[in-house]
Design a protein around this ligand. Structure first.
Ligand code: PRX
Length: 635
């Protein structure tokens, strides 16, 4: 065993030390000194990292904090993330290197060199231009996990348009409200996607969403599942037809962008109301994803990197699309479910494609763990060098299984804590970091994280408090799209000079951070981020429901599951059939991931005197815990 389990060193608890060969080969060989330096001179640190990438024009100022919390990075710099992710590789050996290996759930393979990826992106970019898409527009992308998703995102960025990717597991209302907020004229979708052998009818969902939000003038449809779909003349076009047109040639200039120009808007759930559009930029986001992926997963030319997330979430944006391409890496992408048709699907692909780094979520690990060791043990997993996890706290039992059964005690696990808003890894080990199962360990370079009380004062060792970030970083969100007040209120009002993450955490004696969970009304279901407000508004959009409340309760596989309470309209009676109908209604409006586990029919909901539902109280009651302070309860 190359890693020893040590309770003997100076560190507290169960500690796994990295093997000497891992440390010796790592990009970063020492943490403390570089971390210290990065906090003493963050601008110097980030400027040096930005120099590793190409700029059409260099920046005048690394950080402009004159209008805090609206920070700007690399001000005056001109670049385009696609120039660094694609163009610059085309004049090197990487031209012929695989950028993407893609496997469809039914089993087909497609591979793209950097050269081929660039051809596809350029053709798509020309199609978008011919549809009138220009710098500053937002194109909505609603696709399954297929290469065209990557092409579409890069094509937008190449011509200076922003993309808003909507996860293919979302449904009608989620798509419609995002299209509306972004005021997109162009929607890119597919006839369908494969999941567990079944077709997810994306075009049907898109049709319903477009009927609700008629801003879409052109809809590009990628042929994937090949069933008949409705195509509206003058609005809907097959992607295959468009890229066959002479206009879709393979030469397309990359638009020079200001470092602070918007690269994308990604909608995510917050405490209240509708999802908010988190805005990221070409310059800072590029430097941040490049640096974090390089240092944390130690990407090398010979690696085959598999981030098993979906490009529809931030993990996929940063670490399927942009980060790996910026590094000139080879990415692996798989369309379908981990256990389809058998629970060895992932392990079989790791063996067959020689994957060297696997990055996934605790929920996937727990899900595969329950099928037992025999499935992974049938496969040679010796190509793996590093493992990673993200999205929710990993329970030590799942961590140990991942470490032992998948990583054979050789592969360190990078438990990366970050958010849609942060753009990239914030609290994370490096391959050289001693690991404690369940802890995301220490902050990344240039990131000052702390745990504080209500007054913003650091709490004592091992005490729970608010997780905050004390200084700006290049990958941070710049604002909430069209709603700067919400940006300020949500992230900065509570502690003024510190970014409020919405998570609670504690710090141990070794300075290791342990994330406890969300402190607000965001629920992480299987690592997916949902808001109680969205589930509630989907429920009350059903004609039988007059009021609803949703809470998250612990769930063995999903981490958390949604439980809902509904007050029916006068004269209506709750029944199992109605509960099922309401669950399906939520699935139809938001997506299957948002379906409540249970729906309880009630006559009243606990509210404060100002009329806010006390979800905390519902949760305490459901768990049989003390009800806490109920002095604000209405009756
Ligand atoms: O609660 C934290 C949890 O996921 C939230 C962010 O969700 P989202 O914006 O969807 O981004 C997920 C992927 C980056 C955080 O506020 N979270 C994320 N990573 C971890 C985590 N909780 C514990 N440990 C992690 N490694």
């Amino acid at each position: 065993m190359s890693q020893e389990i040590s309770n003997l060193g100076e560190m507290e608890g169960e500690v796994y030390w990295p093997a000497p060969e891992v440390t010796a080969a790592a990009h970063v060989k020492e943490y403390e000194a570089l971390y210290k330096q990065s906090l003493e001179d963050p601008e110097g640190f980030w400027a040096e990292r930005a120099e590793e990438l190409e700029w059409y024009e260099k920046w005048d100022e690394v950080l402009d904090d004159s209008d805090a919390p609206f920070f700007k990075w690399f001000v005056g710099g001109k670049t385009n993330i696609v120039h660094n992710a694609l163009d610059r590789h085309l004049t090197t050996y990487r031209r012929n290197k695989l950028a993407l290996i893609w496997i469809g759930e039914p089993g087909e393979h497609r591979t793209f060199s950097y050269f081929a990826l660039n051809r596809n992106v350029s053709r798509f970019a020309n199609v978008l231009k011919s549809m009138g898409v220009k710098k500053g527009d937002i194109v909505t992308i609603y696709l399954p996990r297929i290469p065209e998703q990557m092409f579409a995102m890069l094509a937008c960025a190449k011509i200076g348009a922003a993309h808003s990717v909507v996860y293919g597991g979302f449904s009608v209302e989620s798509l419609a409200e995002r299209v509306e907020d972004a005021q997109s004229h162009v929607l890119i979708t597919a006839d369908g996607g494969w999941l567990r052998g079944k077709i997810v009818p994306l075009k049907d969902i898109a049709d319903e969403a477009m009927a609700r939000q008629p801003t879409i003038e052109s809809c590009i449809v990628v042929r994937r599942t090949c069933q008949d779909v409705y195509m509206e003349p003058g609005r809907d076009y097959w992607y295959d037809d468009l890229v066959g047109l002479p206009i879709a040639n393979t030469k397309c200039a990359t638009e020079p962008m200001d470092a602070e120009d918007t690269l994308f808007v990604l909608y995510t759930s917050g405490t209240t109301g509708r999802p908010k559009g988190v805005v990221h930029t070409h310059g800072g986001y590029m430097v941040f994803t490049h640096t974090t992926l390089k240092y944390v997963f130690d990407i090398r030319d010979e690696d085959r990197w598999w981030c098993a997330a979906d490009p529809g979430w931030i993990t996929g944006h940063s670490y399927i699309v942009y980060g790996p391409l910026l590094l000139g890496a080879t990415s692996f992408m798989y369309e379908g479910a981990p256990n389809y048709p058998y629970p060895n699907r992932w392990w079989q692909m790791i063996e067959k494609y020689g994957i060297s780094i696997l990055y996934t979520a605790p929920t996937a690990i727990r899900g595969l763990m329950r099928f037992g060791e025999a499935w992974p043990n049938r496969h040679d997993l010796s190509s793996l060098r590093l493992l990673g996890t993200v999205g929710e706290p990993i329970n030590p039992e799942a961590w140990r299984w991942y470490h032992t059964v998948i990583g054979k005690e050789r592969c360190p696990i990078m438990d990366t804590w970050w958010q849609t808003e942060t753009g990239g890894f914030m609290i994370t080990p490096l391959p050289i970091t001693p690991l404690k199962p369940g802890s995301a360990t220490r902050p990344f370079f240039g990131i000052e994280a702390d745990v504080v009380d209500d007054d913003g004062q650091p709490v004592k060792e091992d005490e729970e408090g608010y997780l905050v970030i004390k200084t700006p970083w290049p990958g941070m969100l710049r604002t909430v799209y069209k709603d700067p007040d919400r940006y300020r209120e949500q992230y900065w009002d509570k502690f003024e000079t510190m970014y409020q993450t919405g998570d609670s955490a504690r710090k141990d004696k070794d300075g290791y951070l342990w994330i406890i969970g969300r402190m607000d009304d965001v629920i992480k279901v299987s690592g997916y981020r949902l808001g109680t407000a969205e589930v509630e508004s989907a429920l009350v959009s059903h004609p039988d429901v007059s009021e609803a409340a949703a809470i998250g309760l612990p769930h063995e596989l999903k981490g958390n599951a949604i439980h809902a309470y509904a007050i029916l309209r006068d004269g209506l009676e709750g029944s199992d059939a109605l509960a099922e109908e309401l669950r399906n209604h939520v699935g139809h409006e938001i997506g299957p991931i948002a379906k409540p586990e249970t729906i309880t029919f009630v006559d009243t909901l606990p509210k404060t005197r100002s009329g806010k539902i006390m979800r905390r109280l519902l949760k305490a009651r459901a768990l049989g815990l003390p009800e806490g302070d109920i002095s604000t309860l209405e009756d």
